[in-house]
Ligand binder design. Structure first.
Ligand code: PLP
Length: 380
């Protein structure tokens, strides 16, 4: 894999090489903005979904993105360090006593309760400044945000005059399921809220929401996953470009005879003489242990692509190692030291997630720190 080397781990000393395509992230942001037809932010929480805030945010800025969402104040400070002019919102709200940190770094809390609104308003009064913040209203998730009834009565609440209410937002529960009735209910609730608070910019759509029929993106779209190559339309082909590529090294090759087993707890038994390759990635690298196989589920478990062929994981995923069945790969096409693909153009994060019994979001955000990491493209 080509690309500029960052971090401290040389390829030859790592078990696997992770390459992040910054140009693909930029292209995905442009695609999403076009699709949304309105201002489009980038959600860069969890270290930009594992891709690295310090590299990904500059690439998004270069593409034209000016608004960023993170989960934590600590993440917001990292974004601020590389994006001095950008607008930055913290989704997880306003922890008690953090007003000065928000103000000093020009970061905006997303207020999710009357208590938080009260504290932000009081903080702004104490500063003599109407500092900007967003308000999150719950339209069905029951996780963060004011209950809808409280949101609808906000316009009569004097406290919202004490600060700059810069954005009104809510979050969709099941936007990746276009047939799910809850989408229409949430859109209707949010539209009612918007009507009760005229003139305030509104934001509802995450990645999948941007592709929902009947969805209006309002003033700001708020995608995360699709920026990083995840499929926002799981029922259709993926309109996004792949971003993460993970290549692991083969460290040993061996045969297992019929009846012999592979890996911890002998979870898999060779049905015939099989050629096995051991690769140097495991659950300590963030590759889920749940992608391992037994003889009954080997077709649905994890796979690696070896010389163009899809080879199944056999037995358990170990802490640092995975065993794959390479019997179908011609003997001369695989050797010690060769590279196999664990995530790539033909093995998407969505498929890797499915094969591990989880979602691509979890695969991305777990990408390990032991990999040699490369970045391709990005601002020049
Ligand atoms: C994570 C998150 C997003 C982005 O969602 P994706 O599905 O990754 O596009 C948007 N809004 C909120 C409130 C979030 O927590």
């Amino acid at each position: 894999m080509q690309g500029s080397q960052t971090g401290l781990i040389p390829d030859a000393e790592a078990g696997a090489v992770l390459t992040i395509d910054l140009d693909a992230i930029a292209a995905n942001w442009r695609t999403l903005r076009e699709r949304a037809g309105t201002d489009t932010a980038a959600v860069v929480k969890a270290d930009a979904y594992g891709t690295g805030i310090e590299k990904t945010v500059p690439a998004l800025l270069d593409a034209g993105c000016r608004v960023f969402f993170v989960a934590h104040l600590s993440e917001a400070k990292r974004v601020r360090a590389v994006a001095t002019e950008a607008t930055i919102y913290v989704l997880n709200g306003f922890p008690h006593g953090t007003g000065p940190t928000y103000a000093n770094h020009d970061i905006r809390p997303v207020l999710g309760s009357l208590e938080e609104i009260e504290e932000w308003a009081a903080f702004c009064r104490s500063q003599g400044a109407r500092l900007p913040a967003a308000i999150h209203v719950d339209t069905g998730m029951h996780r963060l945000g004011l209950p809808l009834v409280e949101g609808l009565s906000l316009s009569n609440d004097a406290r919202i005059k004490d600060f700059d209410l810069a954005l009104l937002m809510s979050h969709l529960v099941s936007a990746e399921e276009p047939e799910n009735q809850i989408n229409a209910r949430q859109i209707a609730a949010f539209t009612a809220l918007r009507g009760a608070m005229p003139g305030i910019p509104c934001s509802l759509a995450n990645s999948s929401g941007t592709f929902l029929k009947g969805m209006q993106a309002f003033e700001l779209a708020r995608p995360g996953y699709a920026l990083y190559g995840g499929n926002p339309t799981p029922h259709l082909s993926n309109p996004m470009k792949p971003v993460a590529h993970l290549d692991a090294r083969v460290i040993q090759l061996r045969y297992a005879l019929a009846g012999e087993t592979a890996g911890y707890n002998a979870a898999w038994t060779a049905p015939s003489r099989r050629r096995l390759a051991t690769i140097s990635v495991g659950y300590a690298d963030g590759y889920p242990r749940s992608a391992g196989s037994t003889n009954t589920n080997v077709g649905d478990a994890g796979i690696a692509i070896v010389a163009g062929r899809r080879c199944p994981f056999v037995g358990r995923v170990s802490m640092d190692l995975i065993i794959i069945d390479v019997t179908d790969v011609p003997e001369h096409e695989i050797h010690r030291g060769d590279i196999v693909t664990l995530i790539g153009t033909n093995l998407t994060i969505d498929e890797v997630g499915r094969r591990a019994g989880t979602i691509g979001y979890e695969i991305l955000t777990s990408l390990g720190r032991r990999y040699a990491r490369h970045y391709r493209g990005g601002p020049r």
